[in-house]
Write a protein that binds this ligand. Structure first.
Ligand code: PMP
Length: 391
């Protein structure tokens, strides 16, 4: 298929893979990189670096409504998830999680339970991507769970979990609750005073900070055996050794502050653009449908399944659109999305699904280009494959 005639850049609709760096984060990262100092050193330059880290911790804590001392900086959400599971589980009992979790939870849980597979329960979800509450309650009560890990928002569908009843049931059974909030933080307001989780993971690059930096929130007073993944100089109060990534952390903090300031405007603007994209696609492409549409979802995500049009062929036919077939984290893997299969899609339907994810810099003009490109690509692929669906 031909590229746009306007010589415009392809439209970036892959914010769930990574978001463009916000100008504030770029500046803070640059400033930190431009000045010397190890945050552990006692002299002037160390103090300067430590000051940038302190500031970032306060900025991130303010976005989450927690206290700065409850945050441990990590290399990203993958590490935060691994750390949460390792510390929360600590070989003490069972872990309950779900089939739609990110591999950074599922594979970490599988590795921890490698010698005691019976201690790991991976719960199915319903057609809307939700863990059924009664199955969840039964699982935590019967399994002797010490740790529950259920993601707040799914990276492929944007489906938001109903965490209130889950945390209540888990706490009643004596288990700690971890949530992977990587896709939620910076996309919708989050208040850790109201969300009763013990552990929460986030990643800067999903909300306009740099890649390779994230954080684990550990609620004050959580009875957690200290089990770091990385041993060494005892940084981050012994939770995560290694010289702090001051530029990355400064960027995370600046992105958190910018998002905190702008979120009230961004949420309705992004939701409106997503609804425009979704509405036009559903109207103009007969037989297409949105996964998880019956659940609350993040404002900037839509996972659309197209009738008899494989996603790889579609994306190849629309080079002006940067979107994703399945999740970028599993890109290259020949298996269909485990999330969509868990929600009941056939392998063929899962393979015919595109995730469009929008964000703070997406414009209406871009969305209109994507709508046209998608309609053209579906028609083209269905014609080539002889599968055109007539309205
Ligand atoms: N959890 C979820 C839900 C994600 O979407 C991602 C990123 N794809 C991760 C964890 C891993 O985050 P990071 O890139 O910071 O390691």
């Amino acid at each position: 298929m031909t590229a746009d005639t306007h010589n415009e850049q392809p439209v970036y609709l892959d914010y769930n893979a990574t978001a463009p760096v916000r100008p504030e984060a770029l500046q803070a990262t640059y400033d930190a990189l431009s000045s010397v100092g190890n945050a552990s050193s006692a002299h002037y330059h160390g103090g300067d670096a430590a000051g940038r880290v302190d500031r970032a911790r306060r900025q991130a804590a303010s976005l989450l409504n927690c206290s700065p001392g409850e945050l441990i900086f990590t290399s990203g959400a993958t590490e935060a998830n691994n750390l949460a599971l390792q510390a929360g589980y600590a070989g003490r009992g069972g872990i309950v999680t779900s089939r739609v979790e990110h591999p950074a939870v599922l594979e970490a849980a599988r590795a921890l339970a490698a010698n005691t597979p019976e201690s790991l329960m991976i719960l199915p979800v319903d057609g809307q991507g939700q863990v059924p509450q009664d199955a969840f309650r039964a699982a935590v009560e019967q399994s002797g769970a010490v740790l529950v890990s259920i993601m707040l928002a799914n990276n492929e569908t944007g489906v938001i979990a109903d965490l209130g009843p889950i945390t209540d049931a888990a706490h009643a059974a004596g288990a700690l609750v971890h949530t992977d909030a990587t896709q939620y933080v910076g996309r919708l307001p989050l208040d850790l005073d109201a969300l009763d989780v013990d552990l929460l993971s986030l990643s800067a690059h999903k909300f306009g900070g740099p890649q390779g930096v994230g954080a684990l929130y550990i609620r004050r007073g959580t009875p957690l055996p200290q089990r770091p993944l990385v041993f060494g100089g005892g940084q981050e109060r012994g939770w995560r050794a290694g010289t702090l990534n001051v530029p990355g952390i400064a960027g995370l903090g600046a992105a958190a502050e910018a998002v905190h300031r702008d979120l009230t405007d961004e949420v309705p603007r992004i939701s409106k653009l997503r609804d425009l994209l979704e509405g036009e696609i559903l109207t103009r492409i007969p037989g297409s449908y949105v996964n998880g549409a019956g659940s609350p979802r993040l404002p900037g995500v839509t996972s659309v399944t197209f009738p008899s049009a494989p996603a790889d062929a579609l994306l190849a036919s629309m080079p002006d659109v940067a979107a994703s077939d399945g999740s970028a984290c599993a890109a290259g893997a020949p298996t269909p999305s485990h999330v969509l299969l868990a929600m009941g899609l056939s392998r063929e339907a899962a393979d015919s699904t595109i995730r469009f994810s929008l964000g703070y810099a997406t414009t209406e003009h871009e969305i209109r280009r994507v709508i046209d490109a998608t309609v053209r690509a579906v028609t083209h692929v269905q014609t080539v494959l002889g599968t055109t669906t007539r309205p």
